[in-house]
Structure formats: structure tokens, C-alpha cells
Design a protein around this ligand. Structure first.
Ligand code: ZN
Length: 155
């Protein structure tokens, strides 16, 4: 039998977190999302995460790219059913590479406005899909300073 390569220093906790956070995968923002969830949302030290580049964006693609919408929806439905999720928190972030690369319409489009509109559309879908689950949406962005700070707005 192979030897264990590494043993985590953290105790295993089998209790399911009640909150699922839907975010982008960008590692620069991730620890800020985790701190926000723990210290502001009071979601506990652990939450479930559903992370893909661009975060909730697939949930806005029901008509445009239904296979992306369905991929995301099926996995989220399975997660909520298996884990008994009570709260879904969707967080978008400034300077998201996924949104930058997939700008639709005029080049002058305000990316933050687009992301906030997507958060709202996605939240409407989520509330329809999961009537018993509370849904919240936030936008994370930088505040000038040395070093810059990450701040969160409810949207
Ligand atoms: Zn991103």
C-alpha cells in the first residue's frame, strides 16, 4: 500500500456547510471571498464553492448558450439537493478576465454594469430554481490605497 504523501494539519469536520458561494476562480480574489464569507456573511469557517471563470455568468446563458446554462444548473441543483444548501451567495469581481474576453456589443460597454446586470438575472433564476434558498449578490472591487484594499458592495 502506498504511504500517505501528506497529512493535513486541519481536523476533519463532516458537517455540511449551509452556504454555497458562486464565484469566479481568480486566485487573486479567492482569499478575499473567503474572508468576506467568514467575517461579514458569518457563513462559518467553511462554505461550499461553485467556481468557474466568470462566476454566475452561465446562469445568464439560458437562451444564448443553453448547454453552458444546463451544465451549471444541473450541478448546482445536485449540490443543493445533496448538501441541503440554505443560502447561495454570488460574488462577481472587478477586472474579470472572463468578462473582458467576452465583451458583447460596443467596446465602450461598462463591464461592471454588465456584471451587475448578470448577477441580478442569475439571482432571479436562482430564486425560481430554489424557492426555499436565500440568494444574495455582491460585487467585489478595489479601493485605492497602498496596497489597494478589496471592498464588497451589495448589488
Ligand atoms: Zn474573474
Amino acid at each position: 500500500m502506498a504511504e500517505d504523501l501528506y497529512e493535513s494539519t486541519l481536523d476533519w469536520d463532516a458537517a455540511r456547510p449551509s452556504t454555497t458561494i458562486i464565484t469566479c476562480v481568480d486566485g487573486r480574489w479567492y482569499r478575499h471571498f473567503q474572508e468576506f464569507a467568514r467575517d461579514y456573511l458569518k457563513a462559518g469557517a467553511r462554505t461550499d464553492y461553485l467556481a468557474v471563470p466568470g462566476g454566475i455568468e452561465p446562469l445568464t446563458l439560458m437562451d444564448l448558450v443553453p448547454k453552458d446554462f444546463n451544465f451549471f444548473r444541473r450541478r448546482l441543483e445536485a449540490l443543493v439537493a445533496a448538501h441541503g444548501t440554505k443560502r447561495i451567495v454570488a460574488i462577481a469581481h472587478q477586472d474579470c478576465a472572463w468578462y473582458k474576453d467576452r465583451k458583447l456589443g460596443p467596446v465602450t460597454i461598462n463591464m461592471r454594469e454588465r456584471q451587475v446586470a448578470d448577477l441580478r438575472r442569475a439571482a432571479a433564476h436562482l430564486r425560481e430554481m430554489f424557492p426555499g434558498v436565500s440568494v444574495e449578490t455582491y460585487f467585489a472591487h478595489l479601493k485605492n490605497g497602498t496596497p489597494p484594499r478589496v471592498v464588497f458592495d451589495a448589488v
